[in-house]
Structure formats: C-alpha cells, structure tokens
Design a protein around this ligand. Structure first.
Ligand code: HEM
Length: 477
C-alpha cells in the first residue's frame, strides 16, 4: 500500500503517497480517539454500576450518574468515533485524490480545536450545562465552535476531493456527502429544537437529528472507509460498482426520512410516524444491497478472514450490521414497538451498531495502519488477537443480554406488573452487561498498552512532509 515508487497518470508523474499524508496526525487522532473511548467506557461502567445500586461516587453532584451517562454517549460519538474517522480520512483522502488536504497548519488547528471542543463538552455536561436534547447536550456556548470546526473540516477535506482528477471512487462520494451532511445535521439538532421549534415539532426534529447523526455522519464515513480498505486487503475490486451506487443513493434518499421511528406512539402526527416506518423498511433493502456487495467481494476468499485480523474485524462488523438491521426490521413495526419501547432492547441495539459495527471497523483499521505508519510490527501481535476476541465476544454477550432483557422488561410492563418487578428481573441482565463491559474495557486497555509499546519500539521519527498550502505537489516535475 505504501508504495514508494512514483507511477504516472496521463503522462503526469504521481506524487508519492508518503509525501501526501501527514502520518503523525493520523496517529495523534488515534491516540485522542482511544483516550476518549477510555473515558467513555469508564462512564459506561459507572452508569452500569449505578443501575445495580452500587454508585461508587455517591452524593457528588458533579459526578452524578445522569451526567456520566451523557459523557458516555457524547465522548463516544464526538471523542472516539469522530476522532478515529478524522485520522482515517487524513490517510485515505490524499491517497485517493492524489492531493494533500487544503492546508496542513489548518489540519493541526482542527486537531487541537476538536479535542478542546470534546473536552469542554464533557466538562460542561459534568458541571450541569447540558441542553435537554438527546445527543445535542453540548452546552450552548460550545455549539458555535463545534459548527465552525465542522465547517473547517469540510473545507480542508473537501478541497482535495473537489479537485481530484477523474471520476470519484465510491469512498469519496460517501466522504463528500458526509462532510456536508454532518455540518447540516449538527446545525439542525443543536439549533432548531433549542431556538426555533417547540413541542412535538421539536420532538420530530430531535428524532431526525439522533437518527441522522448515525445515518448521515457515522454511516457514510464508516461505509466510505470500508469501500477503501476491504478491496485493498482482499486485493480485488468491489464485486459490483452498480450496487455501490445503489447503496449510496438509497442512503441519501431514504435515511433522512426515518428519524421519527424513534418516537412511535408519541403525539407526533401519525402520517409522519407511518412515513418513517415506510422509509425505514425501504432502507432495509438498500442496506441489504451493500451487505451483499461486500459478501460478494469476499466470495471465494473467505479463509482470509480467519488469517487476516483487520479483515476479520471488518467482516465481523458487517455481520453485526446485518444483525442490527434484522433487529431493526422487527423494532420498526408498531406491533413490536408496543413491546420494546423504553426497554433495554434499544440499548442493546445501540451498542450493537455503535460498537459492534463502527467501532470494530475503526479498531480493525487501527490494527492495520499503526504498524504501517510506525514501520514496525505490533509489539505483541497475540495481544491484537486477544483484543479482537474480547471486544467482539464482550459485545456479543452485552448486546444479546440487553436485547433479551428488554423483551422480559416489555412483557413485564405489558402484563401490568408493578414497576419494581421489572427492575427486579432486570438485575441479572444488568449484572451480565457490567461483566461484558468490563471485558470490553480490559480489551481496549490492552490495545492502548500494545499501541504505546509499539510506538516506543519504533525507530521512525516524524517530520512534517506535506506542503503548507493545499496546492497539489508539482505533477510531472
Ligand atoms: C465498558 C463498556 C460499556 C458499558 C458498561 C456501557 C454501559 C452503558 C449504560 C449503562 C448505558 C445507559 C443505559 C440506560 O440508560 O439504561 C449506555 C448507553 C449507551 N452506550 Fe454504552 N457502555 C459501554 C460501552 C459503549 C461503547 C463502546 C459504545 C459505542 C461505541 C456505547 C454506546 C452507547 C450508546 C449509544 C448508549 C445510548 C443508548 C440509548 O440511549 O438507547 N457504549 N451504555
């Protein structure tokens, strides 16, 4: 992948990939991502303990569980997932466009500004400044900075994509769309319900926001990343370019319409609820085309998944994606919603998609890239294997446990049992969730230690290699 030789396109000499990519920044983003993941998981463990009536930090308002819960979700979305995606985009976009990002100093500015925004959000939430919008808890005064940051990210990455020669590869379609959608989605969720709409209209916008954060920010960046790394690791093109396009346009068309499926049976008008159900069903088919495409690409080389760890991460994520969508096909129906709404079924679903799919993909990419960037083998490749098994095994236990627990909670409520009865029956499920969470947490700590020791043994020294402005390196010189 990191070929050092110059090839040529249309008679022009191509820049070396190493000269286009700011490797050091990719690693820094990974470090930031893993730091926030550790914070988020600690918060999840605290929350899990609280539900078992063992709050380790009692009577400290700033550290109360309700606030930790928001730190858990915010640090995972904006601290872990976003940081990892930004690092990976720094690796992928210059390679696919043959151009560096618009400005290297701007990249560094964005890096530090983004960490400041995520940290300030966590501190603001702990000090009671959270806003009352799910996933939009970011304190009011941070929103403008976050939006400015997203705009700068879009400009910095958008410039090389727009100036790229030739037709765009699918990854760049997804990336370009995500750059625009993420800015718009964040603005919608953090401005409209707070300042412009209220009541059930604000609820409808909130529903769109939480789903679009997954569908228009995390999903296109995740699939874009997969369209780049899977063919490289398998050393073969995607099975069907046509299906890739169906997946992209299907996502663009159906995803924004379905957020209200989070709020079925609420005062939001029924025609909107029915519309959300229908577009979710439509998206199920679209997602299926994407999964079929990736399975088709693997066809005939399945044994590689057993031997190649990053590939195993990718296809485990695709399997969890399939399971999440299967679950979604059930839970989007009004009949099923009546049973599982407000139960741990939904929490199981959230963990399966956020960790089982997108986090596993990102951890797979990190497992692949870290030795390439540091130009040395992993300090302990066996630990990488343990990391995989404990992460994916822990998640499987956690998600199945919560999904099953959710069904029992729903049945208990449907039988009109006292509330206490459903709490009582949940305790074994919440205990298993905690144990699975501790296993997942231990796996990430092992990965962090392995990463640190690998960096320490690496002899690579980093120097800034990318031109300070976004001008394409002189082709043909
Ligand atoms: C140490 C492992 C983890 C533990 C113990 C844990 C625990 C929890 C707990 C207790 C909640 C609150 C559930 C409730 O309010 O009833 C929660 C929510 C959530 N967690 Fe985790 N978590 C862990 C890891 C993760 C990871 C790695 C991710 C994402 C990559 C994640 C994503 C979420 C999301 C999205 C929610 C919100 C669910 C919803 O509102 O439906 N968690 N987690």
């Amino acid at each position: 992948m990191t070929s050092a030789t110059n090839s040529s396109i249309d008679g022009q000499q191509c820049p070396r990939h190493e000269d286009l990519v700011e490797d050091r920044l990719v690693l820094w983003y990974f470090v930031a991502a893993l730091t926030f993941m550790t914070i988020s998981m600690l918060a999840g463990i605290l929350m899990g303990l609280q539900l078992l009536r063992h709050n380790p930090l009692p009577a400290i308002e700033v550290l109360s569980p309700g606030r930790w819960r928001m730190v858990h979700t915010n640090a995972i979305a904006y601290g872990f997932l976003a940081n990892a995606f930004l690092g990976i985009m720094h690796w992928v976009i210059p390679r696919l466009t043959l151009r560096p990002v618009l400005s290297n100093p701007l990249s560094y500015l964005i890096f530090f500004a983004w960490q400041a925004v995520v940290l300030a959000t966590a501190v603001g939430i702990l000090f009671g400044q959270a806003q009352g919008v799910e996933w939009g808890e970011t304190p009011v005064w941070i929103d403008p900075f976050a939006l400015l940051g997203l705009l700068l990210v879009a400009i910095n990455f958008g410039a090389p994509i727009i100036n790229a020669p030739g037709p765009l590869y699918v990854t760049l379609w997804y990336y370009l769309a995500a750059l625009v959608w993420t800015f718009l989605t964040y603005a919608m969720g953090n401005l409209l319900p707070e300042y412009f709409v209220c009541g059930s209209s604000a609820g409808a916008v909130g529903g769109l926001f939480i789903h679009d954060l997954v569908g228009l920010f995390v999903t296109p960046l995740g699939w874009g990343m997969m369209y780049y790394f899977v063919p490289i690791l398998l050393k073969r093109p995607m099975w069907s370019h046509g299906l890739s396009l169906v997946g992209f346009w299907g996502l663009a068309f159906f995803y924004p319409l379905q957020g209200i499926h989070h709020f079925l049976y609420t005062p939001i008008p029924m025609f909107l609820q029915y519309g959300a159900v229908l577009s979710t069903i439509a998206l199920e088919f679209v997602v299926l085309t994407v999964i079929v495409n990736f399975v088709g690409t693997l066809y005939g080389t399945g044994d590689l998944v057993l031997r190649n760890l990053p590939l195993r991460y990718f296809y485990t994520g695709i399997l969890f994606y399939f399971l999440t969508c299967l679950q979604c096909a059930l839970q989007v129906t009004l009949t099923f919603q009546a049973l599982i709404h407000f139960t741990d079924w939904v929490v199981g679903h959230a963990h399966m998609v956020m960790f089982g799919v997108f986090s596993l993909w990102q951890l797979g990419v990190m497992t692949y890239l870290v030795p390439r960037i540091l130009k040395t083998e992993w300090y302990n490749p066996k630990w990488c294997e343990w990391h995989y098994w404990a992460s994916s095994g822990g998640l499987l236990v956690m998600a199945s446990d919560l999904i099953l627990g959710g069904l029992f909670q729903g049945w208990s409520w449907a039988a009109l049992q006292p509330w206490d009865a459903s709490i009582h029956l949940s305790i074994p499920f919440w205990s298993v969730r905690l144990v699975a969470g501790l296993v997942m947490f231990a796996a990430q700590i092992l990965f962090v230690v392995n990463f640190y020791l690998t960096w320490r043994k690496s002899t690579r020294s980093f120097s800034v290699t990318v031109p300070a402005t976004g001008a394409a390196p002189a082709f043909g010189q």
